[in-house]
Design a protein around this ligand. Structure first.
Ligand code: 5GP
Length: 222
């Protein structure tokens, strides 16, 4: 006997990773994508910035001109978009549809402005803020690129501080000290998440506030 058609299972909720440079977000993201049987589909963003050595078109980003980016944003083809360090970044709306069709979990590596917009457009998404254990890691990472002028470095540090200031809006905080632990922490959050968790708790907010204080102290010493 055939009963009523079964409803399609709900699509896996998207996972948003955000956090300041130096948090090791890219490594974490790659590890999640490379795990055997990974349920994730990486959300390839559009950007107006130039490719860095080794970055591949359509894999790391879709590199577009400012004019094309504007046209896509105007047409509503982007789920969210933001300006970061003077360049434009955005998530193609299609990425969400593609993940739904594939039954995969969309993994977004975006900034805090984008995270805010995705939470509005896809309230089922879980948002995870990634921090390093110390402010020093942020400074070292930003210095490590080596190509920045002091003014650019200061702008990037101010950007990192602004990202940290938005941490409280996220559902969860993951401290990336040992990468294996951070991967396990994200996997555990995703496995146990049952709905909007809301803002970070007091202990997590204090953890981030400490990093902000450290960052301010380091910047003050220059
Ligand atoms: P990068 O240029 O170093 O690859 O990325 C700079 C920042 O832009 C990172 O914080 C990254 O997470 C963010 N980003 C990358 N793609 C997107 C996107 O599609 N939307 C938003 N809002 N931010 C993005």
């Amino acid at each position: 006997m055939s009963g009523p058609p079964l409803a399609a299972p709900p699509a896996p909720f998207p996972v948003i990773l955000a956090g300041p440079s130096g948090a090791g977000k890219t490594t974490l993201r790659d590890r999640l994508l490379d795990e055997p049987g990974s349920p994730y589909l990486f959300s390839v963003s559009m950007t107006t910035r130039s490719p860095r050595p080794g970055e591949r078109e359509g894999v790391d980003y879709r590199f577009v001109s400012h004019a094309d980016f504007e046209a896509l944003a105007k047409d509503g083809a982007l789920l969210e978009h933001a300006a970061v360090h003077g360049e434009r970044y955005g998530t193609p709306r299609d990425n969400l549809d593609r993940a739904r069709e594939a039954g995969a979990r969309l993994l977004l590596d975006i900034d805090v402005q984008g995270a805010r917009q995705v939470r509005r457009a896809a309230p089922e998404a879980v948002s995870i803020f990634i921090v390093p254990p110390t402010a020093d890691r942020i400074v070292r990472q930003l210095r490590g690129r080596g190509s920045e002028t002091p003014a650019q470095l200061e702008r990037r540090l101010a950007g990192a501080r602004a990202e940290l200031e938005a941490a409280a809006e996220f559902d969860y905080l993951v401290v990336n000290d040992r990468i294996e632990d951070a991967v396990a922490a994200v996997s555990s959050v995703v496995a146990t998440h049952r709905g909007p968790a809301g803002r970070l708790g007091a202990a997590d907010r204090e953890y981030v506030a400490r990093i902000v204080r450290e960052l301010d102290r380091i910047r003050g010493e220059w």
